[in-house]
Design a binder for this molecule. Structure first.
Ligand SMILES: [Zn+2]
Ligand SMILES: [Zn+2]
Length: 222
């Protein structure tokens, strides 16, 4: 089925941010591209590789990199296929490498048998404060926000008032901490110290389901 992309408002004519739900658990996948250079990055290629590739072809986009908010299986099921098809590098926080390596086990435990080739290691590790490989994206940075997993990250597109939060923050909830390496006090610190301090009007692209804002979710832990 064709993916339904939701465009978000940005502060630049050339920078486009779109979200669609992919894969077995409907992970929110974010596509960011520059319509002048036709270069793109993806955050959380959680499935539907063929559809994602079709979309890149339709818009004639060159995929520069795939970043991951964390390495739960439903956030990187399509990553290897994208790398194979486009040659783009994959990036993950080092502390989630153990989850990346247990993709098959994760799929089994959640009842989604894996029907794809082996996923090889990521090409590079994400660091706090790192920027994304896309020209003219404006002020932006990676926020390392452990808790949901040890290497969970959010991507803050400050110039556009957008936060890609993965499973750290949801519309009406926060990420679970009962899976491998989850840490309740860490997610508490991450949300209060790194996310609540952002502009309250920031649009939050959550890991699954509806988008939200910092304002709407600010009551957690307060
Ligand atoms: Zn997760
Ligand atoms: Zn998830």
């Amino acid at each position: 089925m064709a993916l339904k992309w939701i465009p978000l408002e940005t502060q630049s004519k050339h920078i486009h941010v779109l979200v669609t739900a992919v894969g077995p658990l409907k992970c929110n996948c974010t596509l960011i591209y520059n319509s002048l250079t036709l270069e793109a990055v993806i955050i959380d290629a959680g499935g539907d590789a063929d559809e994602l590739l079709k979309c890149l072809r339709t818009y004639k986009l060159k995929l520069k990199a795939v970043y991951h908010t964390h390495a739960h299986f439903d956030h990187f099921l399509a990553s290897e296929a994208l790398r194979k098809a486009t040659g783009c590098p994959l990036f993950l926080h080092k502390k989630d490498l153990f989850l990346w390596d247990m993709l098959e086990t994760q799929c089994q435990l959640f009842g989604f048998p894996l029907h794809q080739e082996k996923t090889l290691p990521p090409d590079g590790f994400i660091k706090d404060g790192q920027t994304l490989d896309l020209d003219d994206l404006g002020t932006h940075q990676t926020l390392v926000t452990p808790g949901h997993t040890p290497g969970s990250c959010c991507f803050h597109l400050e110039s556009h008032g957008i936060l890609v939060a993965g499973d750290t923050l949801f519309h009406g909830g926060i990420g679970r901490t009962d899976l491998w390496g989850g840490d309740e006090s860490a997610i508490y610190r991450s949300i209060t110290q790194r996310l609540h301090v952002l502009d309250v009007d920031t649009t939050v692209i959550t890991g699954h389901g509806k988008l939200t804002t910092i304002q709407q979710e600010r009551h957690y832990f307060n």
